[in-house]
Design a protein around this ligand. Structure first.
Ligand SMILES: Cc1ncc(COP(=O)(O)O)c(C=O)c1O
Length: 393
């Protein structure tokens, strides 16, 4: 039989698979063959979801919460999210300004679909989370990558933002605490950006999914809280995956101006419909239940971060800033003379350590290591990394 050639839609021609998912799958495949891989690829807590959250979902199943629900989310969960945003972030939303999504990822995807026209520009500071540029492209828009390196503390500045503006600028993606760098924007830095954003009439996607994972006394601030004008222009996106170890549950949310949320609800109604009903009851328990496990996990992540940084300090040619949030270390590998792809391929092939090439985040001079893994793996993996780097010198 003659094979049928797949002719994919044009808009798909520029889209790459998620590098973090690819490297994680490769590491898992090796592990399945019995290879001892130290995996620092995944952006996923290694903890189990807290028991009271799992119990709530089991109860919801037993109570028959197994049918189609409202597309926008279970009303009780939308109310609880509105309450959380008020309490934690100083933001006042009606529950009808909140959409429950299939993870934080779908919140951002839906927004790019409803806000961007073909040819519009989405400003994305680099290093960025891998999916932002691809989501812009999937909307037919143009990702405008604005490098913000170590000199800027890996943060977008008002000057860099101003220099990137064109008549087609429509949306800017901010992510604090940041994946992959762990950078956290201060209130003052956000206020200065907000001024430029309001003056330029942009929309902001404020991706706050790591807000609970913050160290060294840093403070998480939502840019939406910095005045009524920026509030009106911000879409706050978040989810339960990282803070509550709920990656597989696929529950996230977006809050913002009602017309935009309504459009995102319509899109969700034609794509995925409601988020898994009983998973939403788990998310409700996450918000309403005790928060001490979130704090315990945060402290453990902090210890692992310190352990990883301590090893890195002794590796010649590798440089890492101290991350203030999330669970990643972004390491400058420029002095090794390797690009990030080759570095990570060799590290995995020769030393069985999985790391993600910085190229996936828009910076080929870095690699990303996740410290959402146990201390023993960090010890073993860092020793292997040290041997690899010594061999390069
Ligand atoms: C910055 C950032 N935003 C959003 C997401 C999406 O998270 P999820 O869809 O698992 O809730 C991730 C996950 O890695 C992330 O790192």
């Amino acid at each position: 039989m003659v094979p049928v050639l797949a002719r994919l839609a044009d808009r798909f021609s520029q889209i790459q698979p998620s590098a973090t998912l690819v490297i994680t799958a490769k590491a898992r495949a090796l592990q399945a063959q019995g290879v001892d891989v130290c995996s620092f690829g995944a952006g996923e807590p290694d903890f189990d979801t807290p028991a009271h959250i799992r119990d709530a979902a089991k109860r919801a199943l037993d109570q028959g919460k197994t049918r189609y629900g409202p597309v926008a989310g279970e009303p009780a969960l939308r109310r609880a999210i509105a309450h959380k945003l008020h309490q934690d972030n100083g933001l006042t939303y009606n529950p009808d300004q909140i959409l429950v999504t299939n993870g934080g990822k779908q919140a951002i995807y839906n927004l790019t679909q409803v806000l961007l026209n073909p040819g519009d520009e989405m400003i994305i500071p680099a290093p960025y989370w891998v999916s932002y540029p691809e989501m812009a492209r999937l909307a037919g828009a143009v990702p405008v990558i604005v490098p913000a390196g170590a000199a800027e503390g890996y943060k977008l500045t008002p000057d860099l933002l101003r220099a990137a503006l064109t008549p087609r600028s429509r949306l800017v993606a901010l992510n604090s605490p940041n994946n992959p760098t762990g950078a956290v924007y201060s209130r003052e830095e956000l206020a200065a950006l907000a001024e430029v954003i309001v003056a330029a009439g942009l929309w902001v996607i404020s991706d706050e999914i790591y807000e609970k994972l913050i160290y060294d006394g840093s403070e998480h601030v939502s840019i939406a809280a910095l005045g009524p004008e920026i509030f009106e222009r911000t879409l706050v996106c978040s989810g339960f995956a990282k803070a509550y170890a709920m990656t597989g549950w696929r529950v996230g949310f977006v809050a913002g101006p009602k017309p935009i949320i309504d459009a995102a609800i319509t899109l969700e109604g034609h794509s995925t419909s409601n988020v898994c009903t009983f998973a939403q009851y788990g998310a409700l328990a996450a918000l309403e239940g005790p928060q001490d496990e979130v704090e315990q996990m945060r402290q453990v992540f902090g210890q692992r971060r310190d352990a990883m940084l301590e090893h890195l300090r002794h590796m010649p040619g590798l440089y890492a800033c101290q991350p203030q949030g999330a669970f990643y270390v972004f390491i400058d590998i420029r002095e090794t003379g390797l690009d990030s792809q080759v570095f990570c391929e060799r590290l995995l092939d020769e030393f069985k350590v999985a790391a993600v090439p910085g190229a996936a985040f828009g910076d080929d001079h870095h690699i990303r290591l996740s410290y959402a893994t146990d201390l023993a793996t960090i010890e073993r993996g860092m020793n292997r990394l040290a041997t690899f780097v010594q061999g390069l010198a």
